[in-house]
Design a protein around this ligand. Sequence first.
Ligand code: PNS
Length: 175
Amino acid sequence: MSYVSIAVCPGSFDPMTLGHLDVIERAAALFDRVFVGIARNSSKTPLFDLPQRVALATDAVAHLPNVEVVEVPGLLVDFCTSVGASAIVKGIRGASDFDAETPMALMNHHLTGVETIFLHARPEVAHIASSLVKDVMRFGGEVADMVTEPVYAAMQQAMAEKNLYIRDTSRKDEQ
Ligand code: PNS
């Protein structure tokens, strides 16, 4: 009898950070096969559209042979069922993540019985959140050591195209 363990690492990944990547690498060591499921979060307005997020994430996990990035077209639990996943794996950076993730984990379990496994973020990357990385970059901060090089380049391009950079007018070199 052969048994293949399959997990889904879901999220908005707008964009994927080194914090996400750490959780995915650890999930890939625990499960035979891992799907990174890029999904819509109805409470967020993304910087990147879904195909862009899929392309950036696919590049970031290219070194992991048992990991595949896919778009989640609808409900996460339906996607989990369609790929035969028995578990959802999510990273937890702190108490607010736990508070936000718990209702989703319970709802997903209610819907299909799929289990959610939480991995504690490593302290070195526990402060890295896509929303914070975007905010720091908008205001001119350096984020190159928190994302992959292609993500960094794509963020620079998207911020410039969408006119999202905010200049600090009090800085002497800006006047
Ligand atoms: O990275 P995020 O934004 O915290 O991830 C949340 C996400 C995208 C995994 C969640 O919003 C989701 O599962 N969306 C797909 C639609 C769905 O199944 N919604 C019900 C969740 S209980």
